[in-house]
Design a protein around this ligand. Sequence first.
Ligand code: HEM
Ligand code: NAG
Ligand code: NAG
Length: 321
Amino acid sequence: MIASYVVKLLMLIEVLMSGARLHVDALSMGYYDMSCPIAEPIVRDVVDQALRQDPTLAAGLLRMHFHDCFIQGCDGSVLIDSTRDSTAEKDSPANLSLRGYEIIDQAKQMIEDQCPGVVSCADILALAARDAVFFSGGPFYDIPQGRMDGSRSKIEDTINLPAPTLNTTALIKMFGQHGFNIEELVVLSGAHTLGAARCSSFKHRLSNFDSTHDVDPNLDSNFAKSMSRTCSQGDNTPMPLDPTRNSFDNAYFNALQRRMGLLFSDQSLFADPQTRRFVNAFAMNQAMFFFNFQQAMVKMGLLDVKEGDEGEIRLDCRKVN
Ligand code: HEM
Ligand SMILES: *[C@@H]1O[C@H](CO)[C@@H](O)[C@H](O)[C@H]1NC(C)=O
Ligand SMILES: *[C@@H]1O[C@H](CO)[C@@H](O)[C@H](O)[C@H]1NC(C)=O
């Protein structure tokens, strides 16, 4: 009992200190407190309203923020539409199947009505992803703001996104290049507690898997059958990434322990001893998952952010000014 209070107290101190650090050297908490205090409540209301209509869009917002940050930094580049001369990130053939753009547009429009030219699309997306996690039952956390919007959105940059065929060694390397350690890779993968993947993202596990196995041996056989049934309805048929696709919880990690991870990349986190202990820890302790997740999300939200005149405040999130 006392031990758990001590742990909580230490966690609290760590949060406070990391908040203080962020304040000095990067973005800041309450960045819009003077210039547009209504921005944060507007985003929350728009997100809540949209998710009450369609809870599956929470996953869309969370994934969109991740893709934004991993390409060109968290600068709203994922929101830009293609133009006649340039094919944007969002039109990658992998198609990314990103969803929720309308929510960002709506929040942006309402914010522009209140405080024109003040709040960046990158910040709106970061806030929306944060609010989507909370709406779905996950942790609430404060995020620093002040990201500026970028102007580059190129289809070729999307090769920097992780593919579901990557093993843990490759994932560790890729996340390491973005400054994340092994535990952070595992905790961020826990975002797959929300949402679904299309058959095209996992069908490689079901036949001709490798030279010695037809089906991925790290796959529960009944689960493999239900994946095959999904795929019999076509490559674009979605299947939930965990048993509770609209709840932000630790069921994803419990599923990995039962070899019921949908993506090869997810299941490989349990197969590999470098990451398995973190999977087990988060499966056992949801509070620990939530706490580590929020810290890793704050960190992800700071990837290569543009500040001051390194970017602009886009007036329409779909096009550069
Ligand atoms: C570890 C490496 C990762 C890989 C290989 C990966 C790959 C994928 C793939 C292939 C899908 C399904 C796409 C489709 O079939 O339509 C997906 C969905 C998703 N990813 Fe990841 N992802 C990774 C990390 C992350 C991170 C760090 C986040 C967020 C913090 C995230 C959030 C999501 C969400 C929420 C969905 C569901 C989207 C929806 O239902 O609309 N992923 N991911
Ligand atoms: C990609 O997304 C667009 C827009 O959401 C959709 O119209 C198109 O059919 C998708 N393409 C593929 C290959 O899934
Ligand atoms: C992981 O993937 C890389 C690149 O495809 C490969 O070279 C390596 O042998 C794989 N590692 C394991 C443990 O399977």
